[in-house]
Design a protein around this ligand. Structure first.
Ligand code: ADP
Ligand code: MG
Ligand code: MG
Length: 889
């Protein structure tokens, strides 16, 4: 027997069930489910998504078995309804509706009133006692069938309708009577004939197959494909088709149609929200020809009707245990539900509804936690563009959504100007640059948002903006920036410094002008919700791990960031980058003196000046993180990044160091490398300039001792970057231990501390058993590890990576989403071999992936002790971790 591809629903029964959405689509599965649950749903049948896939596989042909199944189900429907398609006395009309497993509202096609023809129109007029209604239904069907199935020009139908209206001297459709509509029908038939070349088909079965094919065809229309791409809907085989008996919302003043949400989809309030139109058919509400009424006015106009609907609302919410978005039609006082689905909602509403539903006893805390996506949670921490204003605002450019939230302001092209405009002119600015560098930090700090035309998800702009919790879009190729002229050109249109822009870092979209921003408001619900997530995370059972708790740490370089992160729930610092400190005004000059020093003595002198400054930074950080571990990475970037390149700055440095300009230039030149990312950096600096690391270790440990003396608990973890061979680590560790011993001796006291390494070079992961002989902890630096595993320079990927993702050569940008297949293997190997040598080895991750939900899950599964992410992502990581625990239980 051929496989079953058609499923009946109606009369209080159904062949399908709610869990068959892959096969029946969301709409079909829920129509079947509602039928079985006794919700009034017009009867019909669903043709499976498998039939859609087969249709495409077989050159747009249907197997005989499907034709037979459809005929049988149609006969069954006609029998149940006591009506026949095309009947001259009491015709059955049906709708043919799309519906895939993932909701794609309005993206695919629907045909209503199918079965209409010259005979059926007379029959419908007779049984309804309403000639006008019957002829209106006929002309609507002609138009929809012509448009959707045959691709007739929509405007031709409009013109035909308008010509009849003009002849009669009226403006509204409703002013046309039966005789006028008959004329419209004739004209529509002519439009059809002109376009298609044959007469409009009177045979309902021909109409039906034409419409089924059109709905299958709409699966691949450009609009639907784009929607799937934008919403990352993958792995679906096609759309189902629902053939359903029509109910009429346009049968007079006791009929109507509408759409509603069982709770408010933007705030989550438990308030029945919706719109409806009396005496109208479904499309009228959406088409916007008439303005719909708010649902609450139905309560006044027709309390009986409203009550029926409100009862269904509670019934559906209890049944689906989630907020529903439903479509209804009232036919002469009788209510029908045409569709229900879990309603789309804002992040704010998602949290509020989840928390409320737990209080109402509808769902468990665990379900509440699974109901909210990390993206939705993220929304409540950032301002967003007012959705109403956004609808009509055109997007002028799109880039990578590097850091979420929305911002508006005047555009400026340099960091200095950003600072000047904000501090001296009291303006709000967006900093727009080709790319940013450490020297731009000040301007980035005061800008509302940061926009660059180059760079990827781990570019400087992206990483720093995320750290600051500021909206950022990077790699926005459509922006042609002329830094000299201070202009920005987008598709030929030129913008100047001071023009107003709005950006949405969550979507990666740029708008012209100022759009209104709103900040979501949540009170107790958010804390309660996150507490549930923490409960799930911290009570996970992780056999084989010394410390069972999966922790969330943060990447923070300043006491301010550390405090923000701690308030968001961070349980320590996983990465404190010491080099950012050197860019601060009080340190950069001394740091440069250190780099260009003639000899070891001069270098030591400069370092001696830096030591107390670094120590002060660390004291602040240890205090902010009292009682929690703080991992501090020793100097990592190539020195070349710190030296001046402009003549004036070089001269100034010459003056302050007493080194001649020529010699300085030679020195700077000598630091130049062809591949600095693979060059003289990380622990390689520690090996060649041991006094630099010595100074940093001294600063860290003397700060630790000082804070401990004040009675606070400190847990310093000294992290040595870029280790590739265990010998590097053993030398540097021995050096560090000597310094620690000296600090302890001078202080007359000790503190706990650890020395460990970053695993960011593939070789370190592969030889993790050797490395773990020396390292007391590992932290996977997955930015560099990704860079070195793929061989992609993380600062230059803008040129090809977007296309790689577009063409699906790679599923994701590996700098944003950890590549579990490749880079992930190195992490797994590192963990396994490392723990073989040292069973209690503490392992974490501190790359940008630490706050990305699928990567967090990977880290949990792989047995990491913690993930570390930027402060503003800590709540996201808490939720993602809870999801990971639930998924892997
Ligand atoms: P979409 O997926 O785009 O929402 P639908 O299949 O839900 O498309 O159809 C759009 C509208 O057509 C529905 O909201 C409803 O108002 C109307 N409609 C569809 N089927 C019927 C039916 N059997 N009876 C009455 N109206 C219908
Ligand atoms: Mg719908
Ligand atoms: Mg690194």
């Amino acid at each position: 027997m051929a496989e079953k591809n058609v499923y009946f629903f109606g009369g209080g029964k159904a062949e399908g069930t709610a869990d068959m959405r892959e096969l029946l689509g969301g709409k079909g599965a829920n129509l079947a489910d509602m039928s079985s649950a006794g919700v009034p749903v017009p009867a019909g049948f669903t043709i499976s998504t498998r039939a859609c896939a087969a249709y495409y596989e077989n050159n747009k042909q249907h197997p005989e078995s499907l034709q037979k199944e459809v005929a049988e189900h149609l006969a069954r429907l006609e029998k149940l309804m006591g009506k026949k398609l095309g009947d001259a006395n009491d015709p059955l009309l049906v709708s043919v509706r799309s519906g895939a497993a993932a909701s794609m509202p309005g993206m695919m096609d629907t045909v209503l009133n199918l079965g209409m023809n010259d005979k059926a129109v007379e029959g419908l007029a007779k049984v309804s006692g309403n000639d006008r209604f019957a002829w209106d239904a006929y002309r609507r069907f002609l138009q929809m069938f012509g448009d959707v199935v045959k691709g007739c020009d929509h405007e031709k139908f409009e013109e035909a309708l308008n010509s009849v209206k003009a002849e009669k001297g009226v403006e509204e459709d409703l002013d046309l009577d039966t005789e006028d509509l008959k004329k419209v029908v004739e004209k529509y038939k002519a439009v059809y004939r002109d376009h298609v070349g044959t007469d409009f088909p009177q045979d309902p079965v021909e109409q039906l197959w034409g419409s089924i094919n059109a709905v299958f065809g709409s699966w691949h229309n450009p609009r639907a494909e784009k929607y799937r791409r934008l919403n990352n809907i993958k792995g679906l085989i096609g759309t189902a088709v629902n053939v359903q008996s029509m109910v009429y919302g346009n049968l007079g003043d006791t009929s109507g149609t509408g759409v509603c949400f069982t709770r408010d989809a933007s705030t989550g309030e438990n308030y029945f929200y919706g719109e409806y139109l009396m005496n109208a058919q479904g499309e009228d509400v959406v088409a916007g020809i008439r303005t719909p009424q708010p649902l609450q006015s139905l309560a006044d106009a027709n309390p009986e009707m409203y009550k029926q609907l409100d009862d269904i609302r509670s019934k559906l919410e209890k049944h689906y245990r989630d907020m529903q978005d439903l479509e209804f039609t009232i036919q002469q006082g009788t209510l029908y539900i045409l569709q229900t689905r879990n309603g789309k909602r804002t992040g704010l509403a998602a949290i509020k509804i989840a928390v409320d539903m737990v209080a109402e006893g509808l769902i468990t805390k665990e379900e509440a936690v699974t109901r909210v996506t990390p993206e939705q949670l993220d929304q409540v921490f950032h301002p967003m563009i007012d959705p109403a204003a956004r609808k009509s605002a055109p997007v002028i450019a799109k880039g990578l959504n590097a850091s979420p939230g929305a911002a508006a302001g005047e555009i400026v092209f340099t960091a200095d100007e950003a600072e000047d405009w904000v501090k001296n002119k009291g303006k709000k600015v967006l900093l727009v640059r080709r790319e940013t560098s450490p020297e731009d930090i000040g301007g980035m700090h005061v800008a509302e948002g940061i926009l660059t035309s180059t760079g990827g998800m781990t570019s400087h702009a992206a990483v720093v903006a995320r750290g600051m919790g500021k909206p950022s879009i990077v790699g926005c190729k459509a922006l042609q920036i002329d830094h000299a002229k201070k202009t920005l050109t987008v598709e030929g249109k030129v913008y100047k410094e001071g023009d107003f822009f709005t950006m949405d870092g969550t979507a990666g979209e740029v708008f012209e002008g100022t759009l209104p921003l709103i900040k979501p408001e949540l009170k107790g619900e958010l804390d309660e919700f996150l507490a549930w997530a923490d409960e799930i995370r911290t009570t996970a059972n992780r056999p084989g791990l010394t410390d069972q708790v999966f922790r969330i740490r943060t990447n923070a370089d300043t006491p301010g960031d550390a405090t923000v992160a701690r308030n968001y729930g961070a349980q320590g610092i996983g990465l404190c980058r010491t080099e950012h400190m050197f860019f601060e005004e009080d340190k950069i000059a001394t740091f440069r003196e250190m780099i260009v020093a003639k000899d070891v003595e001069a270098r030591k002198a400069a370092l001696a000046k830096l030591m107390p400054l670094q120590k002060k930074d660390f004291v602040g950080i240890f205090e902010a993180m009292a009682g929690l571990p703080v991992t501090i990475r020793l100097l990592d970037p190539p020195l070349h990044e710190f030296v001046p390149h402009e003549a004036a700055q070089i001269e100034q440095l010459a003056k302050s160091t007493g080194v001649s300009v020529d010699e300085l230039k030679r020195k700077i030149e000598s630091l130049h490398e062809l591949n600095p990312m693979l060059g003289h950096r990380g622990c390689r600096l520690g090996i060649t300039y041991p006094e630099v690391y010595d100074m940093q270790v001294e600063a860290i440990m003397s700060a630790a001792v000082e804070v401990a003396k004040k009675g606070m608990e400190v847990e310093p973890e000294i992290m040595i970057p870029l280790v590739g061979a265990v010998k590097e680590l053993s030398i540097l560790k021995a050096n560090a231990e000597k310094v620690v011993a000296r600090v302890f001796e001078e202080a007359g006291t000790t503190t706990a501390y650890k020395i460990g390494t970053m695993i960011e070079i593939p070789r370190a992961a592969l030889t993790a058993d050797e490395v773990a002989q020396e390292a007391e902890f590992f932290s996977f630096g997955t930015n560099d590890l990704t860079q070195m595993t793929f061989g992609y320079s993380r600062d230059d990927v803008g040129t090809f990576l977007p296309q790689y993702v577009e063409d699906e050569i790679l599923e994701h940008d590996p700098f944003a989403v950890l590549d579990q297949t490749g880079v992930g293997q190195l992490v797994e190997i590192g963990v396994e071999r490392g723990r073989k040598a040292r069973p209690d080895l503490k392992v974490g991750i501190c790359g940008e992936h630490g706050g990305e939900p699928s990567s967090v899950e990977f880290c949990y599964r792989t047995g990491l002790n913690y993930v570390s992410c930027s402060p503003y992502r800590v709540p996201i990581a808490r939720l993602a971790a809870a999801h990971a625990v639930l998924k892997n239980r």
